[in-house]
Write a protein that binds this ligand. Structure first.
Ligand code: DI6
Ligand code: FE
Length: 404
């Protein structure tokens, strides 16, 4: 892999583009010092930019760089065996109770060195980047002790530096009960709140805090304890909410001004109303829905009617969503969840950026933002959602450099 800062700068005039807002018109983008200096119809290009060195877009469709706003990318091992067990009839909850599930990834993650984790996550990250992802959230939650959560979060930071991609880290210490705390959930939550979170936050490793609020994970009360600890440190919260049952997690998260509530298959109208009032994004995860062969659809029509912004993400994780294509998730969000094409595109750009509090710098083609955009070998925007299993990328500009 070439060092990121040896890649060519994207500065100059990008011509022969078509924009989502007006795909019929020949458009241009000006990049100066790694940021977008101008974007619009080529016919309206100010004369001052005309003499800049040119990059030919060849008629490509240009979109903002994609944002994958919910991933568990860093872990040891894989769990294809559980996939096979579920095919033989076991449910996700049964697999978890039989000692598989999250805890088996915890074992493998604890055994792996920081370099092992970096190497395996790098391979996965490269798949996402090749498809135009320019910002990604990476959660901890497979370490479940100070030492091993730190290791995961340090790897997440290193991935961002080495690959030249914006990484937002999320501390998910309250993902599962580690085996050494069996029957002592309260003690573990104390450890998370009093030791792990403050220490990792002090090391600059935590951009947000998440909890898995579910019957097989942590209760509403325990979730609130973690949220209080996050609030005391000035950290934003998010929540794995109402994935398998309606726990009332979304309304609680909204009370803490959550950036997002994620999964939300069993979200109630009260939860939706609370999220709307708080400006919380609903993150839809069709990869997990599909892998678990779930049949309980998230309340898309009610979210749409309420005007709650909807994001879509891979939820990449070894248990319920071994997905490494955000475009495939766009297709599934349309086919399985009935998002419209414009909704699905917003879901992996502007709304996904908002779920990470990155809306000032990512998710749009706007003057002043760092240059993160993708040129697609596609004629019309609907093709972004239509094809699956191909990678119609002509070029990616990430953090002001031409990377593909
Ligand atoms: N919800 C999920 O879908 C993943 N974590 C979570 O809280 C599953 C993680 C796993 O099975 O390893
Ligand atoms: Fe998840």
């Amino acid at each position: 892999m070439k060092p990121f800062d040896s890649l060519p700068p994207a500065d100059g005039l990008w011509t022969g583009l078509r924009l989502l807002s007006d795909p019929q018109t020949d458009a241009a983008i000006v990049v100066a010092q790694g940021a977008i200096a101008w974007v619009g119809p080529h016919a309206a290009l100010p004369a001052e930019f005309d003499a800049l060195p040119r990059h030919d877009g060849g008629g490509a469709l240009a979109t903002p760089g994609l944002v994958d706003c919910h991933t568990h990318l860093v872990y040891g091992g894989q769990r294809a065996n559980e996939f096979a067990m579920r095919l033989a009839g076991a449910s996700y909850e049964e697999v978890a109770k039989a000692g598989g599930g999250i805890v088996s990834s915890v074992r493998a993650t604890r055994e792996a060195s920081e370099d092992d984790l970096f190497a395996s996550a790098s391979v996965r990250l490269q798949s996402l980047l090749a498809e135009g992802v320019c910002a990604i959230e990476i959660k901890s939650g497979y370490g479940l002790s100070l030492e091993h959560e730190r290791k995961q979060l340090r790897v997440a930071r290193r991935l961002g530096e080495a690959h030249g991609v914006t990484v937002r880290t999320t501390f998910l210490g309250a993902h599962a009960l580690p085996p050494e705390y069996a029957g002592r959930s309260g003690d573990y939550i104390d450890l998370v709140c009093r030791e792990m979170l403050p220490a990792l936050a002090a090391e600059g490793l935590v951009d947000a805090v998440d909890v898995f609020c579910e019957r097989i994970a942590f209760s509403l009360d325990e979730t609130e304890q973690v949220f209080r600890a996050a609030q005391a440190l000035g950290l934003p919260v998010k929540l794995h909410a109402e994935q398998l049952s309606d726990m009332g997690g979304a309304a609680l998260a909204a009370r803490y001004g959550a950036l997002s509530c994620d999964h939300v298959e069993h979200l109630s109208q009260a939860g939706i109303d609370a999220m709307r009032a708080a400006g919380t994004v609903a993150v839809l995860l069709p990869g997990a829905y599909y892998t678990l062969r779930d049949t309980h659809l998230p309340p898309i029509a009610a979210l749409r009617a309420a005007g709650v912004p909807m994001a879509v993400s891979t939820d990449h994780n070894p248990g319920t969503s071994p997905a490494l294509s955000l475009l495939l998730m766009v297709n599934m969000a349309c086919t399985l969840f009935r998002l419209t094409v414009p909704e699905a595109i917003d879901a992996v750009t502007v709304h996904a950026a908002r779920a990470l509090d990155l809306q000032a710098t990512h998710g749009a083609l706007a003057v002043g933002m760092p240059a993160n955009f993708v040129l697609w070998n596609l004629r019309e925007p609907a093709e972004l959602a239509y094809w699956f299993g191909q990678r119609p990328v002509r070029a990616v500009v990430r953090q002001g450099r031409v990377v593909t």
